[in-house]
Design a protein around this ligand. Structure first.
Ligand SMILES: Nc1nc2c(ncn2[C@@H]2O[C@H](COP(=O)(O)OP(=O)(O)OP(=O)(O)O)[C@@H](O)[C@H]2O)c(=O)[nH]1
Ligand SMILES: [Mg+2]
Length: 734
């Protein structure tokens, strides 16, 4: 409905007051459209409705009304129509949907009626979230019967179109019968296929004698209304539509109802309906083939009286009870939906974390911009499958997708073990970087080099599902240098890298050799500095835009060097923490008391991102020398440890170790290990300086685990790590 139409209603009323029952006093009381009773999708699907109507919500004289647009090319406004409208307007009953007014200026034909907040009975019955117990059923049926008795006793005499969609329910759960009284205002029927199906759905509520009568009066008959009532009742109780689950189309149902056989009539199936026998009896009487045998509504009311047994005699009490039940139902629904929402949220967050580094995702979630950052030194890895185009030509798209999925899932699991960030896969290309978003000194080159060697090893073992006898060949290029990283795009934000380093790394891959790691001179220089890597000179390679560059092949590594390197880094970081320099409070529990002489295990902590959380799967330490009780909490983003407890064969913590209530988990862990592995007990000795309890080794014991000292230590350990485990991480022994 457009502004024009509304204007038309008003203007026309001025010139032809008889045409309209719509009244208005001043401009502010114009009818204003507010929206649709259904969502947009359903609304548009109704464009081709056989009844040619559209339902809209409007405001009239400050009240919300339903505005029904009737698509009709011509209406003859004669005495009979005017009388019908007048009669309908004067009908007033709690269970009758109030008619407010109409506009009759084709093509602008609108009917305004009282708006019912809960929609139609059909909407409610189809909504599985709304639980209707016996009380609701009794109340709705009682309202329907009361409304029908009123219509049948009124000047209008019949409804003629009784069905669930014409029973509306208001906010107080009162049922109101709608859409009766103006037969001339039926829309012109169109004849498209979907319209025909909808037409059959509409007439499936009609009695057989009316279906068979080609010239049936649109006003129907009272006995016909009783038949339709039976289908509405069946719908209310079964909640599977007026005909239940039949497997027939509405056209087939209508044809079956129309066809007359001696004793066999087609009706909805009663056997699956769970209700009292008197209700089934009433249904059968109401849809009796012989209209004369059908009861009238007063008799139906009598027949169904036992249904009202659970209802209160006071209408208001009933209403309040129903509203309370509905509110309770809603509470349950809200709880259920909240649970679903939080599950969805978790899934979305996980998805986001797969696409973006955690701190970037956190920033974006808070609506904060992520400023682009320059990184002085990172190492980029590019790899490509040799002969991928030929392989694709020889495989189905499905096989290719499966293969790439298998391969990159495998690769991802390997890359996860390094301080590396997978930037993206582009077709068959795999792009990983180390040294960002969290800087790691010079370690990036080592992390990428070690990862490259492991990936190369993996590709040799990788089985192609659809070509089990073939193997894939990878061409790998690595290069180190500065770059800029930032988030690009709002719609599909990506944490992306820019700069010549990325281009050069990509060129290193394209000019590489199958099953070889092509390494630039810059990367090689860092690897040499780190130590443990064997490289061979490849010679000068021509590279687009760069001339001839001396390049290398990374051949192998001594893995123990990497482990040692990482341990050293950890120790040095811990020392820095002691002097309060770079890590600050973000390093969980500070690790300040780590025994510098102990051989720290093979994981390390480079830099801790702004909001570290613990990985649920605590990772075992690499070091072969570790024995016994060991805890390791890992930052899931960089796979770096936040803290660990370790016990090494070579070290002896026992002598001189002491701790107090505020010691870090690392120190407490060490002491626990000592107690268990060396059967020693620490005992409380007052620290007079700090007025604190300090524990030192005093005695040997066989029952350390059950000793009060050990249990106290365990308590301290647990409470000191509470912050870490409250996020859901579990502490595990490895
Ligand atoms: N919430 C709300 N929805 C309404 C109201 N009136 C109608 N509707 C919705 O509009 C739908 C279609 O109503 P109609 O256009 O009358 O269509 P119908 O009842 O299927 O067909 P006929 O009455 O035979 O023309 C109903 O099922 C309701 O979902 C109302 O007052 N409130
Ligand atoms: Mg209707």
């Amino acid at each position: 409905m457009t502004e024009n139409c509304l204007f038309l209603i008003i203007k026309q009323r001025r010139s032809h007051p008889w045409k309209f029952l719509l009244s208005y006093e001043n401009e502010s009381e114009r009818t204003t459209l507010l929206g649709d009773t259904r969502n947009q999708k359903e609304q548009s699907s109704r464009e081709g409705d056989p009844s040619g109507k559209r339902i809209t919500i409007g405001s009239y004289k400050g009240n919300i009304v339903t505005v029904k647009h009737i698509l009709k090319k011509h209406v003859e406004i004669n005495r009979s129509l005017k009388k019908q409208l007048q009669i309908r307007k004067e009908l007033n009953h709690d269970n009758i949907n109030r008619f407010i007014g109409a506009c009759m200026e084709p093509p602008h034909i609108y009917i305004l009626t009282q708006y019912c907040q809960r929609g139609s009975l059909e909407d409610i019955l189809q909504n599985d979230d709304i639980h209707l117990d016996d009380m609701f059923v009794a109340s709705l049926v009682s309202d329907l019967i009361k409304g029908m008795i009123f219509i049948h006793e009124s000047e209008i005499v019949t409804h003629g179109n009784l069905k669930s969609s014409n029973c509306l329910v208001d906010s107080r759960w009162v049922l109101q019968i709608a859409d009766f009284g103006f037969q001339q205002l039926k829309s012109d029927r169109s004849a498209s296929l979907t319209d025909i199906q909808k037409h059959y759905k509409n007439i499936a509520w009609k009695a057989p004698e009316l279906l068979r009568d080609m010239n049936r009066d649109p006003r129907g008959t009272q006995k016909g209304d009783v038949y339709s009532f039976a289908l509405v009742l069946y719908d209310i109780i079964g909640r599977k539509g007026p005909w239940g689950v039949t497997g027939y189309s509405y056209k087939e149902i209508v044809d079956k109802v129309k066809s007359r056989t001696e004793h066999d009539v087609f009706r909805p199936e009663l056997s699956f309906l769970s209700c009292e026998p008197f209700v089934k009896q009433c249904l059968m009487e109401c849809w009796c083939e012989d209209p004369e045998q059908r009861p009238d509504f007063k008799f139906i009311r009598y027949r169904l009286k036992p249904l009202q047994a659970g209802l209160n005699s006071n209408i208001l009490d009933n209403m309040i009870a129903m509203m309370e039940k509905y509110a309770h139902n809603l509470e349950g629904l809200v709880a259920e939906r909240t649970e679903q929402l939080s599950e969805e949220k978790k899934m979305t967050e996980n998805l986001l974390l797969r696409m973006l580094p955690r701190f970037v995702a956190d920033q974006l979630k808070r609506g904060k911009p992520v400023a682009p950052e320059t990184f002085d030194s990172v190492t980029c890895y590019f790899s490509d499958i040799v002969g991928f185009t030929a392989l694709s030509a020889d495989s189905t798209p499905f096989e290719i997708v499966c293969m790439l999925n298998d391969l990159y899932t495998y690769f991802d699991s390997i890359a996860d073990n390094y301080d590396a960030y997978k930037v993206e896969t582009i077709g068959d290309a795999y792009f990983v970087v180390s040294g960002l978003p969290i800087r790691n000194g010079d370690l990036h080159a080592g992390e990428i080099a070690s990862m490259s060697l492991e990936l190369l090893d993996a590709i040799r073992k990788f089985k192609i599902r659809h070509k089990p006898h073939e193997t894939l060949k990878l061409r790998i290029g690595i290069h180190s240098g500065p770059c800029v990283a930032g988030v690009v795009g709002l719609r599909m934000p990506r944490y992306t890298l820019f700069g010549d380093t990325v281009n050069t790394a990509s060129r290193m891959e394209t000019t590489g050799v199958p099953l070889k790691i092509h390494c630039s001179a810059e990367c090689r220089a860092i690897l040499k500095k780190l130590g443990g890597y064997t490289l061979s000179e490849r010679g000068y390679v021509k590279m687009k835009g760069k001339g001839e560059l001396l390049t290398y092949f990374l051949e192998e590594e001594d893995s123990s060097t990497r482990i040692r390197r990482l341990s050293d880094v950890k120790s040095s970081l811990l020392n820095k923490t002691q002097s309060g320099s770079i890590l600050g409070p973000k390093l969980v529990a500070g690790d300040t008391g780590c025994d510098k002489n102990s051989n720290c295990s093979g994981y390390w902590s480079a830099e801790v991102p702004p909001t570290p959380t613990l990985d649920k799967n605590l990772t075992p330490c690499d070091s072969q020398t570790n024995i016994g009780l060991e805890y390791l909490a890992v930052n899931p983003l960089s796979r770096t440890s936040l803290w660990s407890t370790s016990h090494s064969e070579n070290s002896n913590h026992v002598s001189g170790d002491h701790f107090n209530d505020s010691s870090s988990p690392t120190v407490l862990g060490h002491c626990m290990e000592d107690m268990l592995w060396n059967n020693v007990l620490y005992e409380d000795c007052e620290d007079t300086v700090n007025e604190d309890s300090t524990y030192s080794l005093v005695t040997m014991s066989e029952d350390v685990e059950t000793s009060p000292e050990y249990i106290h230590l365990l308590d301290m350990f647990t409470s000191n790590t509470q912050d870490c485990i409250k996020d859901g991480a579990t502490m595990e022994m490895v």
